[in-house]
Design a protein around this ligand. Structure first.
Ligand code: FEO
Ligand code: CA
Ligand code: CA
Ligand code: CA
Length: 731
């Protein structure tokens, strides 16, 4: 099997366990669907004519687009390999909170030399998705205040090599098993979530270290299991025998802001933190459902864990990472611990005394982010989600409850979350070659799901916990690593980044298809890269978010400007806007600009990761395109696809390039669109553990080299970008 494209973090951030043969069974599944699946396809047919796209655009006041931008007014920044953050002329980028900064009372200043402790009271590592929540002058929740607010963010992972998060240990830490308990204790705490109060004085921003609102959620924090999986035997552990609670959240990647004003976080590559003994299949029984589930979610028997946390000692906080069946029953060991991760997690940013809620109705997968359709009074809440691994799927959730506008500002935010997110229906996307697609229901009401020959489902709890197996059964389309989704406030269309796929081939297991049409070769220095090397961005349109059908096209193909325009650079990218590995994607509620961020390992011989501003058109603004390939037997394969209009500087421009080794991820703004916040994740991630004491050998010394903080070890951080003239960002 091909290795992930490019970067060190993809060793653990790019799970690859979809062995379903869905593309080859299309015809069979199609017949079954026409008989039954489409009947279960949603609430569409009877009501789809009631609200068309006119109604959608009329409701675009959710985000407001109070300061809508229709012309990108800045000069694009060039590609860069410098160890700095570059923004356009007339703009300023300022670091406001970085790994290790004190967030809770009684925490010493961060020395950044590997001796710091108390990470449960400091900013975590690998800042990822984030959302903005205004506070007014008196400290009350607000939807409009621009100079004071809370940023809720994910701390996805940590820069590591040979087990150890080496930059937070003075000597780099232990690189063999067993790990030292005090090192593990630090690593357990640098994961999770933060809520950080930030304030501005003029154009200068700072975080408030002593804010009563600051929160940390870690791998050890209380969590509540909600939705269909609550109480399931598959979630019983020694920690919680009635499967209503669990501990912590892990590998939190993309985010979403709910229509009722809470923070939603996707648990992505959690499986890699668990070990399984080599004899675990025998202990469980080789055909046991749990074994089928573990294999499908990336944990074959004998799998080692990313950090070896399970070896830190005999205390519960260490042994829970050994996912083996070691005792007589699940009530006495942690064989089910991994099943308590993989969900969309909801947090109330304004109330640090409430535990996070795991919303299991939205399925269990390598969740990237969640993005909500523009809510319509009297209609269900609809959420779109991607499962980021090679060949995984795109999903949507439709709530049972109908939206009531007064819930936009509820008295109890998490109770409102329970109202909309604990009961509803999950669907998975199947893309057809003709530019149409179907959302297929994943529930016991769909007989194809229930009768999966590999895993006979007996409850909707099992569908929520083993969602990938349900999606395999209905013939969902295997995608090129679905990352962030976003909804265009101009027209309600749904965008998904598909970051890259080294498994995509012309005639192999995961063969080019209409929605994932590219396979090509690209050189990174002297190394050949094959597959969909640079990724693409898909676009879906529904007459109404609850519809079971959609139309799709490919808005944008990542590519190098100089690449072949017939087969690779299909979107006419130039030096002003070429990009590789789109990952973050957020539409500004204030201006409507689509911000695209990269997490790249393919084009990094010529540029660091970046962020671009886009004014995308709409589905169908391009046309049909046929890509011709040669199969290995010499025969021709033609792939018909549907692509958006060619790009120019007027529609897509590079806005920011990050420091060395970093990905650009996470985006939020003040409600007026005059300050945006962006995360710089894992600068210097290609540094060698052996060089931890030698700053001259670090790949990056950012943000110290930007004048921020003590020490020279690189740190993930949040930056704020403003315009020198106080104007709108991007105009
Ligand atoms: Fe955490 Fe899929 O990026
Ligand atoms: Ca190249
Ligand atoms: Ca991501
Ligand atoms: Ca990524």
């Amino acid at each position: 099997m091909n290795q992930p494209i490019g970067k060190p973090s993809d060793r653990f951030n790019n799970e690859d366990s979809n062995r379903s043969s869905n593309p080859h069974f299309d015809d069979v599944v199609g017949v079954r669907l026409s008989r039954r699946g489409m009947l279960r396809g949603g609430v569409a047919a009877t009501t789809s004519a009631v609200l068309g796209t006119a109604a959608l655009s009329g409701c675009a006041s959710m985000g407001g687009m109070a300061n809508r931008i229709d012309t990108l007014g800045f000069a694009p920044v060039p590609r860069s390999l410098a160890d700095t953050v570059i923004v356009p002329a007339g703009y300023k980028a300022q670091v406001i909170v970085a790994l290790g900064d004190p967030l809770l009372p009684g925490t010493a200043a961060f020395k950044n030399d590997g001796t710091d402790i108390d990470f449960d009271k400091r900013s975590g590592d690998h800042h990822d998705g984030m959302e903005w929540f205004s506070l007014d002058a008196s400290g009350k929740a607000s939807a409009t205040y621009n100079s004071r607010g809370l940023i809720a963010m994910n701390h996805e992972a940590t820069t590591d090599e040979k087990l150890s998060s080496f930059f937070i240990h003075a000597d780099g830490g232990t690189s063999t098993l067993p790990r030292k308990g005090d090192e593990v204790d630090k690593e357990l705490m640098i994961h999770g979530l933060s809520v950080v109060e930030v304030q501005s004085q003029g154009s200068s921003w700072a975080y408030k270290a002593d804010s009563q609102f600051n929160q940390r959620v870690t791998t050890m924090s209380d969590a509540v299991i909600m939705g269909p999986a609550r109480g399931s035997p598959h979630l019983v552990t020694r920690f919680n025998q009635d499967a209503t609670r669990s501990r912590g959240t892990l590998n939190n990647c993309g985010t979403g802001k709910t229509p009722w004003g809470t923070f939603a976080s996707g648990e992505e590559n959690w499986f890699g933190y668990f070990s399984r003994p080599a004899n675990d299949n025998d202990r469980r029984g080789r055909t046991d459902k749990s074994v089928v589930g573990l294999n499908r979610y990336g944990r074959a028997a004998g799998a080692p864990s990313r950090h070896g946390w399970e070896t830190g000692g005999t205390a519960d906080r260490y042994v829970r990472w050994n996912n083996g069946a070691s005792a007589a029953s699940a009530r006495e060991d942690y064989r089910n611990e991994m099943n308590t991760f993989g969900y969309i997690v909801e947090l109330d940013p304004y109330d640090k005394n409430q535990p996070v809620h795991k919303r299991t109705a939205l399925g269990r997968m390598g969740h990237e982010n969640v993005t909500f359709a523009i809510p319509v009074a009297g209609q269900p809440i609809v959420a779109y989600m991607g499962d980021d691994a090679r060949g995984e799927y795109i999903y949507k959730f439709v709530s049972d409850a109908k939206w009531e506008s007064q819930d936009a500002n509820p008295a109890n935010r998490l109770a409102t979350g329970s109202k909309y997110l604990d009961r509803g229906t999950l669907f998975v996307a199947k893309f057809r070659d003709d530019g149409a697609g179907e959302w297929i229901e994943l529930s016991m009401k769909n007989p194809i799901v229930a009768a999966n020959p590999d895993f006979e489902f007996t409850s909707d709890a099992e569908v929520a916990i083993f969602t990938r197996l349900a999606a395999d059964a209905v013939g969902a389309t295997r995608m090129d690593r679905p990352e962030w989704g976003g909804v265009n406030p101009r027209n309600g269309e749904i965008y998904f980044t598909l970051t890259n796929n080294s498994n995509r081939t012309v005639d192999g297991e995961v063969s080019t298809d209409a929605a994932n049409p590219r396979f090509y070769s690209d050189m990174r220095g002297t190394r050949q890269q094959l597959g969909n090397v640079n990724g693409h961005i898909l676009r879906l349109a529904e007459a109404k978010p609850t519809d079971a059908r959609f139309k799709w096209d490919i808005y944008l193909f990542g590519a190098e400007a100089g690449a072949d325009k017939a087969m690779v650079n299909l979107s006419n990218l130039s030096d002003a806007n070429d990009l590789s590995s789109p990952d973050g994607l957020v539409f500004s509620p204030a201006t409507g600009i689509c911000w695209i961020q990269t997490d790249d390992g393919a084009y990094t011989d010529q540029t660091n990761s970046m962020m671009l501003a886009a004014l995308p058109g709409k589905l169908g603004d391009g046309g049909k395109r046929t890509l011709a390939y040669k199969r290995s037997d010499g025969s021709e394969k033609r792939v018909d696809t549907h692509i958006g209009k060619p790009q120019s500087e007027a529609t897509l421009k590079r806005f920011l390039v990050g420091p060395k080794g970093a990905e650009i991820t996470g985006w939020c703004e003040t409600p007026d669109g005059r300050a945006i916040f962006v995360n710089i994740q894992h600068p210097g991630e290609n540094t060698k553990m052996a060089d931890v004491r030698d700053p001259g050998k670090y790949e990056s010394q950012w943000p110290a080299n930007a004048g921020y903080g003590a020490g020279r070890r690189p740190r993930s951080a949040t930056i704020v970008i403003t315009r020198n003239d106080g104007g709108l960002i991007g105009s």
